[in-house]
Design a protein around this ligand. Structure first.
Ligand code: FES
Length: 750
């Protein structure tokens, strides 16, 4: 027999939970666990502080969420607009938020808004989110610690929603403030804002809405695919705009908050859960598709929106408790997601659950979170990048309780985290990261050479690099095959607004330079790796630079660096003809430091003369065609060891033919051993047994596959490591180098 209780609003007695405190530290630390203590005894209880019912069982929650006619959302955005703003912000407008409407107005707003948040579109955003996440981490990676919530999670989600809305950096402060003001206004229905804060919040909120309205108006006929344009240009069957400018402005302020804060909360919570579950972290790092499960399990265990609210439209009974018409009901999503009658091992953080998305973190029914495809794409991608870059990241104090203390809705503002800088270095070595960049400028630099400026589509800074670095360009060959080619950066490393490369068309080449010359025009998009540097400019008293033809590109950046550090330098620059030699005008201001040697005027560079006297205080950096590099090597043979550094475009040619024998390689981290056959490389053998190795040139010239050596003697065949580095035997390029010795066997740290 059920006991019927009646709420205080009906003059009766209602079940309450004396131990429940939605403003206490216990609740903020772990809302779901706090509910576990009350759910069994009082699945539905009255909470005076909110003047509302709280519903905790999954069954009751689903019943409330599934019936919008019986449980209305119309009171969800009730807030009092100050009278001084009524002329531009009608008091009824605030109640028309998507979260605060019922059909049919809700349906119309949602129909328009969700065109901007489709699952397909959000999935396509992953590379862009990934690139953005890398750029953000770049800024604090070297510090070894950060306020993860502010510096990473919120930064990433805010930048992404800005890009989706098609708003430039100039609107960034306004949108961040709008995010916080929106939260304050929404919660003011239950926790009133006090003066003078109330006026300040509303003044900013209304002003931001006016700015947004101007932008919406300017995009009414736009066919761009940013969300503002998509919503502003949506028309009904009669050609009328579907939503008013005021209403779109209101919805944009909702997106500013919901689109940024909720996912940021989830990413930060995931870091705490993973620090407590190292097995789950190890699994996700080993199998990146599991990052989606990490995100789902995080929001199941701790939803970012721990509740949603409704108003009873009739007298109704839930779990034997009578709720009167007009009563407010808070649906506890945190409790529903850990209800043991439905969820197996509810408090275990298990990223291998058979149905990871079976939870109510994004609510259910008509108000299922509109932005859930964005949250899912961004949350899982943001976590993947974070742990790729900072694999040892741990919260400094997982119990840190810096929250905006809104009842039932803990909004975290701080989570300090720290990581091991040595791990950062190791992960950098093992990861090839890419960016989708745009060709912002294409000019002819000389006969057969073009220079391309590559910039980020959203105008953001590019990853840092140093003189001598190169990038991989990922191109489609004429037959549709994927081509990856390396190009040295020749711009100024101090200017991160763009990268510049110089590309010589090589008619007898393998198709990379032709694809760039033929396909990349201003406005084209191209996938570019992060810069890597195998040709570092080491400090010395004097530099002697030797460049042949397009080999001038890395040297250009080196010349700038030498100038910047005040180091003495000389450049000998040879080429077929003066017209074929790129960037001569940039070198002209350096006067006699630069010797230009067009072959048709002066013959070959006089390497025997230039390199005759060896110098202890001089480093020689040479880049150019293979004959020039071989001649430089032989003429500098008497120079001190390691004073010569070469950058090769093509594999090194050995004086004596190389012999390949089979040998065994043990990959210590992966705990796998493989026999490398005589006709394959270590890289190929590793790929054959399914190891996630990375590579690019596959000919020992780019350094991508560099792998630490734990044991065994290496026959180094690359063009990157210096003689001293080869002798040290600490790393090897597994695409070309092999094992040597009487009993060849290698143990690699991979
Ligand atoms: Fe380029 Fe091995 S893949 S050096």
């Amino acid at each position: 027999m059920t006991t019927i209780h009646t709420p205080p609003s009906a003059g009766g007695h209602a079940p309450v939970s004396p131990s429940f405190n939605a403003l206490g530290d216990d609740y903020f630390r772990d809302p779901a666990k706090h509910f576990a203590g009350v759910r069994e005894a009082t699945p539905v209880f009255w909470y005076d502080y909110l003047n509302a019912w709280i519903v905790t069982s999954r069954e009751d929650c689903l019943e409330v969420l599934g019936d919008w006619q019986l449980f209305s959302s119309a009171q969800n955005s009730a807030a009092e607009v100050p009278s001084q703003h009524h002329a531009v912000y009608p008091p009824e407008l605030i109640s028309m938020m998507i979260v605060g409407q019922d059909p049919p107005t809700h349906t119309r707003s949602r129909q328009v808004a969700q065109r901007g948040f489709t699952k397909e579109r959000m999935e396509r955003l992953r590379p862009e989110i990934e690139a953005r996440a890398h750029r953000i981490i770049d800024k604090f990676e070297a510090n070894g610690s950060a306020n993860l919530m502010e510096e990473y999670s919120l930064e990433l989600t805010t930048q992404t929603i800005m890009a989706l809305l098609g708003l430039g950096y100039e609107y960034d402060p306004m949108m961040r403030q709008l995010r916080d003001d929106e939260a304050a206004i929404l919660s003011s229905a239950h926790e009133p804002l006090l003066e003078p804060r109330r006026s300040e919040v509303w003044d900013r909120f209304v002003n931001a809405n006016l700015v947004l309205r101007d932008i919406i108006e300017s995009r009414r006929e736009s066919d761009a695919d940013d969300i503002i344009s998509v919503m502003a240009s949506a028309k009904d069957a009669h050609g009328a705009y579907m939503l008013s400018t005021d209403l779109i402005g209101l919805h944009l302020s909702e997106f500013a908050m919901a689109g940024a804060d909720t996912t940021a909360q989830a990413m930060t919570n995931a870091v705490i859960f993973l620090s407590q579950h190292p097995d789950a972290l190890a699994d996700a790092i080993a199998e990146p598709t599991l990052w989606s499960n990490v995100f789902e399990e995080t929001v199941r265990r701790r939803p970012s929106s721990t509740f949603t609210s409704r108003t009873a439209m009739k007298d109704v009974e839930l779990s034997g408790v009578r709720i009167s018409k007009g009563d407010m009901i808070f649906v506890s999503l945190a409790s529903a997601n850990t209800d043991p009658t439905y969820v197996d091992r509810p408090f275990e953080f298990d990223i291998h659950r058979p149905n990871p998305t079976d939870h109510l973190a994004f609510t259910a029914g008509r108000h299922t979170c509109l932005g859930n495809p964005l949250a899912r794409a961004q949350g899982s991608t943001g976590l993947k990048v974070l742990f790729e870059r900072l694999p040892s990241i741990r919260p400094s104090n997982p119990d840190e309780l810096d929250f905006l203390r809104m009842a039932l809705l803990p909004v975290r503002r701080t989570l300090h985290a720290a990581w091991d800088l040595a791990d950062v270095e190791r992960s950098r070595e093992r990861t090839v990261r890419t960016l989708n960049l745009q060709v912002s400028k294409r000019v002819t630099a000389s006969d057969g050479v073009i220079s391309l400026d590559l910039t980020h589509p959203d105008g953001g800074e590019l990853p840092q690099w140093k003189a001598g670095a190169h990038v991989d360009l990922h191109l489609a060959g004429t037959g549709g095959q994927r081509i990856v080619r390396q190009y040295s950066l020749c711009s100024d490393p101090e200017d991160l607004s763009s990268y510049r490369i110089g590309v010589l068309r090589e008619p007898a080449g393998r198709g990379g330079s032709a694809a760039i010359h033929d396909l990349l025009v201003e406005g084209s998009t191209v996938t570019v790796s992060w810069p890597r540097n195998n040709f570092r400019l080491n400090p010395t008293r004097n530099y002697l630079f030797i460049a042949g033809g397009i080999g001038i590109t890395p040297i250009l950046a080196m010349v700038r660096e030498a100038e910047r550090t005040g180091t003495n330098w000389q450049l000998i620059y040879g080429g077929r003809t003066r017209n074929s030699m790129a960037f001569l005008e940039e070198l002209a201001p350096y006067g006699s430091r630069v010797t230009v040697v067009p072959q048709d005027e002066f013959g070959h560079i006089d390497l025997p003369g230039i390199l005759r006297d060896s110098r202890e205080d001089t480093l020689v950096y040479a880049c150019g065609p293979e004959p020039l590099l071989r001649a430089t090597e032989s003429n500098a043979a008497h120079w001190p060891k390691d004073s010569l550094r070469l950058e090769r475009f093509a594999p090194k040619i050995f004086d004596a033919p190389t012999v390949n024998l089979p040998f065994e390689v043990e990959f210590s981290m992966s705990k796998k051993t493989v026999v490398v056959h005589a006709d394959e490389s270590i890289l190929e053998a590793a790929e054959r047994i399914g190891l996630p190795v990375i590579s690019s040139c596959k000919e020992g010239t780019c350094g991508t596959c560099e792998t630490p050596v734990i044991e065994g003697q290496v026959d180094h065949r690359d063009s990157i490591l210096s003689p001293t580095e080869q002798q040290a035997n600490e790393t090897m390029m597994i695409c070309v180098s092999r094992a040597t010795g009487t009993c060849p066997r290698l143990i690699l740290d991979a």
